[in-house]
Design a protein around this ligand. Structure first.
Ligand code: XIL
Length: 373
């Protein structure tokens, strides 16, 4: 287990070995600023390189009150086949969170998207009673995960089941076997297995014009889940933002603030809390010049956070990684000039960037709210 002291002494060893001196700590931390307003702040963290990087861990320990495994709880990492659970990588992150007094968030019990199912699950033969077999497999999966990590206080139960182009529900091998009731069933199973956790439906609809169908589809799903009595507490808003023209991972087009507010109003009107689960800003379409690029990224985040934190229902903010070099966006569509992207609060040099200050400023300006108990 990596304790706080172990992490810091590893860092000290790194500096002794000739690295640059540590960046001055940004005080108060983002976690402290969030807590003062009844919020939790954290980041995604993946095993492998990011987790082995002592300087990176030090930033996370200093700034974050919560981590979420970036990939380690997903079926395609955890489930090499229908019988096995490969908990090793997730266990390492859980131990890191515990050792540093951090909350662990859960992502995700069912990424209901065939692209992100393991191949064996896409091709699975559910036999002569497919509904029963599929439900048994789902139930075993959800029970096992929730039992292994009882410290998880909020779970993305279902992730990305709305097709962003059509607004319709996606089909997977599980929904083919047991019908679209797979969604309600997942929430019921999660409630039973993790009775004290907040349960979220999580998706990447955003505030751009091109997201209109996606937003409509998500609202229809939220209405349906409510009507059917599924225990869903939270709408998880991934918050993968983008600036410039046609620069989104998740779509493109002009920002639609009024429509976005209407979307959020409808969700909170149905009684859902909000969590900003995967914040980053894709700078793919911005000019190369660093100061203006970093400024535009920070301004986009500030505008979004100001709006979202004005809702007292928003209880969590998570960055999808704290430093640029480990961001998943480095591996998605490249910038035309092939320069590294700058989507995160800290740079590859471990120095805080304007985005870090924008998050801090938004937290400082946020109204206080009642924290999750
Ligand atoms: C991404 C990870 O960051 C990548 O490392 C992985 O290759 C693919 O998944 N929406 C989600 C997250 O819900 O799980 C995704 O994470 C990013 C988009």
């Amino acid at each position: 287990m990596l304790t706080r002291r172990a992490c810091l002494s590893l860092t000290a060893a790194g500096f002794a070995a000739g690295f640059a001196s540590p960046a001055p700590a940004q005080e108060p931390s983002l976690s402290a600023l969030a807590k003062a307003k009844g919020l939790n702040f954290g980041t995604a963290l993946g095993t492998g390189k990011p987790f082995e990087d002592a300087r990176y861990r030090e930033i996370i320990i200093r700034e974050c009150g919560m981590i979420v495994p970036e990939n380690e709880l997903k079926w395609y990492v955890l489930r090499p086949d229908d019988k096995t659970f490969a908990f090793g990588r997730a266990d390492a992150l859980a131990a890191f969170a515990r050792g540093n007094g951090m909350i662990l968030r859960g992502h995700t019990l069912l990424w209901h998207h065939p692209r992100w199912f393991p191949a064996w699950l896409n091709d699975y033969d559910f036999g002569s009673r497919p509904a029963a077999k599929a439900e048994a497999m789902l139930s075993q999966h959800i029970r096992h995960l929730c039992a292994r990590y009882p410290q998880i206080q909020s779970w993305d139960v279902v992730n990305e089941t709305i097709n962003d182009k059509t607004g319709e529900l996606r089909e997977t091998s599980l929904s083919k076997a047991m019908g679209q009731g797979v969604l309600e069933t997942s929430f019921h199973l999660a409630r039973e297995a993790a009775p004290n956790a907040k349960l979220a439906y999580n998706d990447y609809m955003g505030w751009n014009a091109s997201d209109a169908k996606h937003r409509d589809g998500v609202l229809r799903l939220l209405e349906r889940l409510k009507k059917n009595g599924a225990p869903v507490d939270v709408l998880g808003i991934q918050s993968h933002l983008g600036v410039g023209q046609g620069d989104q991972v998740t779509g493109s087009g002009a920002r639609q603030e009024r429509e976005w507010r209407r979307f959020i109003d409808e969700a909170v009107g149905m009684g859902y809390d909000l969590s900003l689960t995967e914040l980053d800003i894709n700078d793919k379409a911005l000019p190369a010049d660093l100061p203006s690029r970093d400024r535009a990224v920070a301004d986009e985040a500030k505008a979004f956070l100001d709006l979202m934190l004005s809702y007292p229902q928003t209880k969590e903010v998570l960055a999808w990684g704290m430093t640029d070099q480990y961001s998943w966006l480095q591996g998605t569509t490249p910038r035309p000039d092939n320069l590294p992207k700058r989507p995160s609060p800290y740079g590859a040099d471990y120095q805080a960037k304007p985005l870090r200050e924008a998050i801090a400023a938004a937290l400082r300006a946020a109204p206080e709210r009642t924290p999750w108990g």
